[in-house]
Write a protein that binds this ligand. Structure first.
Ligand SMILES: C[S@@+](CC[C@H](N)C(=O)[O-])C[C@H]1O[C@@H](n2cnc3c(N)ncnc32)[C@H](O)[C@@H]1O
Length: 237
């Protein structure tokens, strides 16, 4: 359940991964069938609240989430799905097989919702290599986005929380799908990455976070009030 909110312009969701991470209070050991049901509930609920919904999730759920999206699109023919990936090079070295170097980031969008690709242009290969033929102003990136994982020694790291996304990744997703001044909701606030990004790029942001301690950390960092919701969720505005 989400607190009652007016519709927002975009939802950026990075739910718990159900891989047994040690959160302060949330139990991340969710059975696969329950997790798939949650993915379905979240997507269904979020699509009622915004025309664009981003989902970042662990690669082990690619098939489960693919099924959820497939069923969702049958019920919502005016929506479309586009899979992106976060690609990273710093991963566990496996000797018996290739290790995992990506994290899925899928975008569900109502077909009428606009995109702003010019806002996320990056320098092209030609530009970087001094080729005069390079188009001025860079190019729109492909759908595999290189952003490192935020681990122990990263400057972005908030050590009170077991996992967080790279601010660059969240910024690119939000810039691609919203204009300045629009409203972004992050239903799984965590360390408040989405809020930090929204403040920097001029979007209104609402976070929801189930754990009061994490909510308090976000509130302290940004000097915010916490509003308590009857469902037990806490939202920072
Ligand atoms: C993967 S973390 C999000 C990290 C965040 N993207 C960041 O970069 O800091 C998921 C968060 O969702 C919270 N959470 C779990 N279940 C929730 C629920 N039903 N409603 C709101 N928050 C929830 C957890 O406490 C955890 O902080």
């Amino acid at each position: 359940m989400l607190p009652t909110l007016d519709r927002v312009d975009c939802i950026f969701a990075d739910p718990p991964d159900a891989i047994g991470l040690k959160y302060n209070s949330f139990n991340d050991r969710i059975k696969p069938n329950e997790y798939q049901q949650l993915l379905w509930d979240w997507l269904f609920c979020f699509s009622k609240a915004a025309p664009v919904v981003w989902f970042s999730f662990n690669a082990r759920w690619t098939f489960a989430f693919g099924w959820v999206v497939y069923e969702f699109l049958k019920l919502a023919p005016k929506w479309e799905a586009k899979p992106f990936v976060q690609h990273f090079t710093f991963g566990q070295n496996k000797k018996t097989d290739c290790g995992n170097g990506h994290r899925p980031l899928w975008r569900l969008k109502h077909k009428d919702a606009p995109l702003y690709p010019d806002a996320i242009k990056v320098p092209s290969w030609r530009e970087l290599n001094g080729d005069k033929r390079a188009a001025k102003g860079g190019r729109v990136p492909l759908d595999a986005w290189d952003f490192p994982r935020v681990t122990g020694n990263s400057k972005q790291r908030r050590s009170h929380h077991p996992t967080q996304l790279h601010e660059g990744l969240v910024e690119r997703a939000i810039k691609l799908t919203t204009a300045e001044g629009q409203h972004v909701l992050d239903p799984f606030g965590g360390t408040g990455t989405t809020l930090r990004v929204c403040k920097r790029i001029g979007r209104i942001c609402t976070l929801v976070e189930i754990d009061g301690y994490y909510c308090q950390e976000i509130a302290n960092e940004h000097n915010l009030k916490i509003s308590h919701h009857p469902s037990g969720l806490e939202a920072c505005n």
